[in-house]
Design a binder for this molecule. Structure first.
Ligand SMILES: [Fe+2]
Length: 324
């Protein structure tokens, strides 16, 4: 069984059942996140993380009509998952990725708010069960089958390693599925590598910028100090004061990276930018603006290549369509 088996069970079995039955319109006390929690509860039981009675933190959050009514939905879901059981995987870390996959499905069907409630409920449940609660880390190389692998799965490099990406994910206090989290970083990385290949900009600076520039946001909205905060942190990171990561940047490369991070959200006229590496970092970020409904404008971009209509069009497509 891979992680999509359980997510598919949610989509095509338990979630689908409620769609067909009229969902909240039919069942008193029903909420849109219920089938997702039910499916995961059954997965925890099927994978023998706990017994049925020990999994009470799951069941107590669901209405009785789901637990003991609804045409034996719980029993059927459990049977389906048990039939696909794979005892070669370690259940708890495996189920963490299943949860991410299901949360994406919930978000696509019901929107961000319902997905946030689902995340909160799962954190409460795992806390009650004494299991590790981890809502911040996103496994960077995990790519749902529904998205284009070649865009979101980053090629590794001496900077973009599993360990360093996980480390950056941990630094971020907000939801990685929001506008400034991991999915955005991966698109900035994609845009930046493409621009660097085209312009000869320093790809190491671009990679570090993509991973670090938004790590210190404290809100998805107006947060003018997030650039300076991230730059201050990056300085200590590059100087080897924190973490065990080492990056062999020259003093000049370091300086350019820190400026790029520090000033990336300032309204600086691109014609005033004097350094290609900095311009490419900012173009890579701005080319992803369509995710918040803003079409990137050539007058706000530095490199001629980023201004090409095909480049803007394809970056905007990725920004809208390809979410982790
Ligand atoms: Fe950004």
């Amino acid at each position: 069984m891979d992680h999509t088996t359980i997510a598919d069970c949610y989509k095509n079995h338990s979630g689908d059942y409620f769609h067909r039955m009229g969902g909240a319109g039919r069942y008193v006390g029903y909420e849109d996140w219920h089938p997702a929690v039910l499916t995961l509860g059954c997965a925890y039981q099927a994978m023998k993380v706990r017994t049925f009675s020990e999994l009470q933190p799951f069941w107590s959050r669901l209405p009785l009509t789901i637990m003991s009514g609804c045409d034996d939905l719980r029993q059927k879901t459990l049977k389906l998952l048990t039939a696909n059981l794979d005892d070669t995987v370690v259940a708890v870390p495996f189920l963490k990725w299943v949860e991410i996959e299901i949360r994406e499905s919930v978000k696509r069907s019901y929107g961000h708010e319902v997905a946030a409630v689902f995340t909160k409920k799962m954190a409460e449940i795992k806390n009650d069960l004494g299991l590790p609660v981890d809502t911040k880390t996103v496994q960077p190389l995990l790519v749902p089958s529904s998205v284009k692998v070649d865009v979101l799965r980053p090629d590794v490099s001496d900077i973009v390693t599993q360990d360093f990406v996980e480390y950056c994910c941990e630094l971020y206090k907000l939801d990685h599925f929001g506008d400034h989290g991991y999915a955005h970083w991966m698109r900035v990385l994609y845009n930046g590598r493409m621009l660097a290949a085209e312009t000869g900009a320093n790809v190491r600076i671009v990679e570090l910028f993509a991973l670090l520039h938004d790590t210190h946001r404290e809100t998805e909205f107006d947060d003018p100090e997030h650039g300076p905060r991230a730059a201050a942190y990056a300085q200590r990171l590059l100087d080897g004061e924190i973490s065990g990561f080492q990056f062999d940047l020259t003093a000049d490369e370091k300086k350019q990276l820190l400026i790029a991070i520090h000033d990336h959200s300032k309204p600086i006229n691109p014609s005033k930018i004097r350094q290609l590496n900095i311009g490419v970092c900012w173009d890579a970020d701005r080319l992803d603006l369509q995710r918040v409904g803003i079409r990137p404008q050539p007058h706000s971009l530095y490199t001629r290549y980023a201004c090409e209509s095909d480049v803007i069009r394809s970056a905007s497509f990725r920004a809208q369509q390809i979410r982790l």
